[in-house]
Design a protein around this ligand. Structure first.
Ligand code: TXA
Ligand code: MG
Length: 368
């Protein structure tokens, strides 16, 4: 299949591109589009056959439901049997924006979208290109992130094309996504709103408006809990090389561990902040060391995280060591994605020595 491509211009309605892309959607095809979080893979959310093409292009398991994207608050009304007070308050405060609400679904939502659940996920993105596109289509747009299932989500057009060229009918290129991590998913059908996936609308922002907010316990990686968002159970965001995530005080040991891994002849990828980058300046002259530094802020890390993880697939080190961040604010979403990228290979410091969570055996180069 030929993938049509349109470069979108800021401060323009991009009328021709939007009309052509919308015509493909109306014909039941799949088109990728930018949002403020990550790129989406969109199809007519009320057309079962079109939605099936999204699953095929991504290689996505059928039991993982999709988000319906809308371009005005009122457009949620026909998709649900009704909104409770919590849902209404969340909409009022956080839409448009990176917040997806789980609500009880109405009968017009195809089973393919909700994966057979009684609920449906709905989001009103704040990205202007996304809004113009959805409006031009005139229907709710079902869209997952535009990656092949299991890979990091794409945050620029080139990363979308790397996964989707030839598999989808069109691609709207709106430049880089600002936030870089997928939307916060909140279940509003429980008495207390529950975060099923952390994202750009943080726990702190939600509690400030809503009072009590819960976090799905499965997000801590405890195997005794089954995640309520089906997508959270899959290995995700994972580069091809094994990733170890250093948490808390274990980060202090990173320079030592890196030196040892290099001495053992390994090529090492390191994902770290500015302070550690400076500390590693001397080691960084080594050919075998690839430093991916996210800069000075956690917002910058969120924006760059998926791009940096994808970059490691281009360079293919033997092992990737990631420096964790604290979990306040956007840190909760960052650590959630990093833990999944690491397949829950988490390194902590206990009584002065390194430990691999859930396992007795540390890799050789981490034994001190
Ligand atoms: O920022 C985003 O949300 C991006 C952009 C494109 O909008 N989309 C996105 O979609 O990340 P996706 O499909 O990659 O992730 C949707 C998540 C999955 O974990 C899925 O299991 C969960 O939302 N989800 C969807 N419908 C659900 C439902 N009815 N109940 C619980 N979880 C649901
Ligand atoms: Mg996804």
């Amino acid at each position: 299949m030929q993938t049509s491509y349109w470069k979108l211009q800021k401060n323009s309605e991009n009328k021709e591109a939007m009309e052509q892309a919308a015509a493909l959607i109306k014909a039941g095809e799949v088109v990728s589009f930018p949002t403020e979080t990550v790129y989406g893979l969109g199809a007519d959310g009320l057309n079962q056959t079109a939605v099936a093409k999204i699953f095929a292009a991504k290689g996505r398991p059928n039991d993982n439901p999709l988000i319906l994207h809308i371009a005005q608050k009122e457009a949620i009304t026909p998709l649900t049997t009704g909104l409770n007070a919590n849902a209404q308050k969340l909409i009022e405060h956080f839409w448009p924006g990176p917040l997806t609400l789980i609500v009880n679904k109405s009968s017009i939502v195809p089973d393919a979208v909700s994966a057979g659940l009684e609920t449906v996920a709905v989001r009103f993105p704040s990205n202007k290109f996304a809004q113009d596109f959805i409006r031009a289509c005139g229907c709710p747009i079902a869209a997952p992130s535009a990656n092949i299932s299991g890979r990091p989500s794409p945050t620029n057009a080139q990363d979308v094309l790397e996964d989707m060229q030839g598999k989808i009918a069109g691609m709207l290129d709106g430049g880089s996504c600002g936030i870089g991590l997928e939307s916060t998913v909140v279940d509003t059908t429980e008495p207390v709103p529950t975060i099923l996936r952390p994202g750009g609308i943080t726990y702190e922002m939600l509690t400030e408006v809503m009072g009590a907010v819960e976090i799905d316990p499965a997000l801590q990686g405890d195997k005794n809990f089954k995640p309520k968002a089906p997508g959270m159970k899959y290995r995700h965001y994972a580069p091809k090389a094994p990733v170890y995530l250093f948490e808390g005080e274990a980060c202090q040991k990173l320079p030592e561990v890196i030196a040892k891994a290099l001495a053992a002849g390994k090529t090492v990828g390191v994902l770290c902040g500015r302070a550690l980058e400076r500390e590693l300046a001397e080691l960084a002259e080594e050919q075998q060391l690839q430093l991916a530094c996210w800069g000075d802020s956690r917002e910058q890390l969120a924006a760059d995280l998926f791009y940096l993880l994808r970059d490691f697939d281009r360079t293919q080190p033997d092992v990737i060591l990631a420096e964790g961040v604290d979990e306040s604010g956007i840190g909760l979403a960052i650590m959630n994605r990093l833990r999944k990228a690491a397949g829950y290979q988490l390194i902590t410091l206990q009584n002065g020595s390194l430990h691999l969570k859930n396992s007795a055996t540390l890799p050789e180069f981490m034994i001190q």
